[in-house]
Design a protein around this ligand. Sequence first.
Ligand SMILES: Nc1ncnc2c1ncn2[C@@H]1O[C@H](COP(=O)(O)OP(=O)(O)OP(=O)(O)O)[C@@H](O)[C@H]1O
Ligand SMILES: Nc1nc2c(ncn2[C@@H]2O[C@H](COP(=O)(O)O)[C@@H](O)[C@H]2O)c(=O)[nH]1
Length: 205
Amino acid sequence: MSEGTLIVYSGPSGVGKGTILRPYLESHPEAVLSVSVTTRAPRPGETDGVEYHFITREEFDRLAKSDGLLEHAEYSGNCYGTPRAAVERHIAEGRDVVLEIEVQGAMKIRESFPEAVFVFILPPSYGTLHERLAGRGTETPEAMEARLRTARFELSHAAEYDYVIVNDDVEKAREQLGAIITAAKCRTRNMKKFIDKVCEFHEYA
Ligand SMILES: Nc1ncnc2c1ncn2[C@@H]1O[C@H](COP(=O)(O)OP(=O)(O)OP(=O)(O)O)[C@@H](O)[C@H]1O
Ligand SMILES: Nc1nc2c(ncn2[C@@H]2O[C@H](COP(=O)(O)O)[C@@H](O)[C@H]2O)c(=O)[nH]1
């Protein structure tokens, strides 16, 4: 069995990452979204263990110290991290794993998993990003300002990703994401074990 593909998926808050990704996950049961741990409070409608594992700062520090996180970062005053065990298990089982994480964490994954595929979602403009975040209505005005400030830093790192999708049209962006993941899964570096096995078979056939 070939290993699954690790997909690192980033973009500023409110750009539409969740909106684009959700249907992909629904129609690709072989792909899983890693459920991060966070110290931020749940938003209305969020459930512990579904969108995030909501934990205290003490629990977060313990996990980070015991090497239980693949990466972690601070974002807008809260801590976020990717639980290591579930990701490693899914990849070994041949499942694709999506990490929806911010830029600092993505750069750490780049060092530890250079074979991962890195996708960044861009808004058509900064003004549109503002409108979408405001339209979602989940943030206080202060939190929204902080997220928009962070967005400038994140946008300055977009060119370091393998692929960039401009989310000016949800359907088009969804198609592009599907095409990128399909192509990434065929890369020789993801298929190396499989290729080696086929070559071995031919030697002895
Ligand atoms: N192409 C689009 N055109 C118009 N509105 C959009 C588009 N894509 C997403 N939206 C809207 O923008 C808002 C933010 O989208 P979403 O919650 O998916 O962003 P996000 O990047 O996942 O944010 P966060 O990182 O904060 O969770 C939502 O209200 C969504 O309906
Ligand atoms: N470095 C990490 N970033 C993460 C992780 N889980 C989520 N995130 C990113 O944080 C921001 C804010 O998320 P929100 O749910 O509060 O809007 C967003 O960019 C997420 O992609 C993680 O495990 N590590």
